[in-house]
Each structure stands twice: as structure tokens, then as C-alpha cells.
Design a protein around this ligand. Structure first.
Ligand code: 8YV
Length: 311
């Protein structure tokens, strides 16, 4: 049996399949992680990781027989791709299968913040409805939406927003000639001209803190920010200040710096809706993601072409 290192758990249906075919070493369960890595260094040929857990160069360097890193997630920003490339280590991810669910949550968070859906739920549950009328909220349909990042998820968000009759503009490094939406080459300009911003960018150094104080100021006191990309794309110090001082109206956040131990200031805010990095977390999508990870592993170890190679 081939030895694989798992950085974090997968759902039971994936674990069963992996454990039937491979000798799995579970790093998250190991009381002495160092001993596990040293003891199995000459056996481990693959890493199965998750988007938010990744695989560092230091970890990969400890495994001289490592051939492949398979990521349960589309974002590979937490995997040191440079190290993988330089050392002939293949990397795969799970694109496409999660696009629609992530886009759904982008629109869901926007609706939840603008229409105060969590507050409305609390209003009914705590009996306030019997004593008066809930305060009026913000319309979503027909508004100006800026999408930050027009990749697969950005395009899927745009498709949904078009059905809400939103006027759609976007910022990206590349202009998409195949899409009908207005391209804005400057993020501050996009924020100034938008009522809502939905961030769908890939994480990594080039997008770190790209949603900064200037972007938030341009979005303005009626603006809503939604982040379904990576926590790293938003300057959280600036965001918390903007939310606390209400220089933006609100935010819907699926991702954060320091997940899952997020900044506790978020928990005290009434103008945010928070998600536990769960945009791809439907049974349907997670089954497809797990299958893609397993199919990539099986393909690699049977000498077939990888299904979704990154490196
Ligand atoms: C996570 C993600 O991988 O696709 C990505 O990049 O961040 C997510 O889908 C998911 O939470 C599984 O760990």
C-alpha cells in the first residue's frame, strides 16, 4: 500500500475510500507530529490536504519521497507551489465542482446583510414582531454590483446578479473579452461606483490586503462588502474600523485572517453576517471535491494523466 499524509480530515465517505486503498497517516490526530513526520519520511509519497490547510515548503522538504500534493479545494495559495515546482512534486486542486455553491453563498451573504435576514429571524423568535414593525432594510435587486476577481466564481456570481437586474462591473488583472460586464481597471474606482462589492479573488501575495482602507472608504456608508475568497484579500484592521465606525454599511464574510480563531471584534458587530468558511460546504459539492482528490491520487499512482493539475 502507498503511504499518504493527510493534513486534516475529509468526510467519512472519502476517508473510507482512501483508507481502503492507501496507508493514511493523520497529521491532525498525531500527538507527536514531529515523530510522525520523521518516522514516515521515507514512506510518504503523497499529501492530501485542504484549501485552508495547504502544505508548506518546510513540510514538503521533510518528505524526500513526496510525489504529489492533492488539495481538497480550488485555492492553492497555502501550498508552496514554488517548492513543488522546483522539486518535481505534482499539485492538484478541485476547480469547477464548487463554483456554483460558492457563488450561491456570495449572493446569499449579500441578501442576508442587505435585507437583515439574521436580525429578522431573531426579531420573530424573540417576540418583537408582536410589539411593532421591523425597521426597513436595503434593496438588492437593480443595484450596482462590483465583482472583485472575474474568474470562475466571479462569473458565476455575475450570472446570478444579472438575474437580480444588477448593473455589474468588475475588477481583475485581466479584462474578460468573453463577458458583457463593464471592466474597471482601478479597484478604488470600482468601489466608488458600486453599492455592493463581492470579492472572489484567489488568495496569495499579489492579492494580500487588496481590499484596503481606500477601497472601503470609496465603497462608502451605504456600501456592503462580501468576501467569499480568502481572508487574506481584505485588510481586516481597516475593515473592522469601517464596520465599527459605520463608514461602510455592513459585510458578509465567509473567510477571515486567523481562521477559525477569528478576531473577536467581528462577534460584537451587528452589521455583519459571518460564515465558517463554508461556501463550498454542501453535501453535493463536498462529495464531488472528495472524488476529484481521490481520482487525482488514483490517476497519479496508476500512471495516468492527472485530472486537474496545478503543477
Ligand atoms: C476549502 C476552499 O478547501 O476551495 C477552496 O479553496 O477554501 C474551500 O473549498 C474547504 O473548506 C475544504 O476544506
Amino acid at each position: 500500500m502507498t503511504d499518504i499524509l493527510m493534513i486534516g480530515p475529509y468526510p467519512a465517505w472519502d476517508m473510507e475510500d482512501l483508507e481502503a486503498k492507501y496507508r493514511t497517516h493523520k497529521l491532525w490526530e498525531a500527538t507527536d507530529k514531529d515523530a510522525l513526520l520523521t518516522g514516515k519520511a521515507d514512506a510518504i509519497r503523497a499529501i492530501a490536504t485542504r484549501g485552508e490547510l495547504g502544505a508548506s515548503a518546510a513540510l514538503m522538504a521533510r518528505l524526500p519521497k513526496l510525489e504529489i500534493v492533492c488539495c481538497y479545494g480550488v485555492g492553492t495559495d497555502a501550498i508552496d507551489l514554488g517548492h513543488a515546482r522546483a522539486n518535481g512534486i505534482r499539485v492538484t486542486n478541485t476547480p469547477d465542482v464548487l463554483t456554483e455553491d460558492v457563488a450561491d453563498i456570495g449572493i446569499g451573504l449579500l441578501l442576508a446583510v442587505a435585507r437583515n435576514i439574521p436580525q429578522a429571524d431573531a426579531y420573530v423568535r424573540n417576540g418583537s414582531w408582536t410589539k411593532g414593525n421591523m425597521q426597513l432594510v436595503t434593496r438588492v435587486c437593480g443595484k450596482k454590483l462590483g465583482i472583485v476577481g472575474m474568474g470562475r466564481v466571479g462569473a458565476a456570481v455575475a450570472k446570478r446578479a444579472a438575474a437580480f437586474d444588477c448593473a455589474i462591473s468588475y475588477y481583475d488583472i485581466n479584462r474578460r473579452g468573453d463577458l458583457p460586464y463593464a471592466y474597471v481597471g482601478d479597484l478604488v474606482d470600482l468601489a466608488r461606483d458600486s453599492e455592493f462589492l463581492i470579492v472572489t479573488l484567489a488568495g496569495g501575495e499579489s492579492t494580500k490586503n487588496i481590499i484596503n482602507a481606500s477601497v472601503l472608504e470609496a465603497l462608502g456608508p451605504d456600501g456592503i462588502l462580501v468576501n467569499i475568497s480568502r481572508g487574506s484579500t481584505v485588510d481586516e484592521t481597516a475593515l473592522l474600523a469601517a464596520l465599527e465606525s459605520k463608514t461602510i454599511k455592513g459585510a458578509g464574510l465567509d473567510v477571515f485572517w486567523n481562521e477559525p480563531a477569528i478576531d473577536e471584534r467581528f462577534l460584537k458587530l451587528g452589521n455583519v453576517v459571518l460564515q465558517p468558511h463554508h461556501a463550498s460546504g454542501t453535501v453535493e459539492t463536498r462529495k464531488a471535491m472528495g472524488k476529484l482528490v481521490r481520482d487525482n491520487l488514483d490517476a497519479h499512482f496508476s500512471g495516468q494523466a492527472l485530472l486537474t493539475p496545478v503543477v
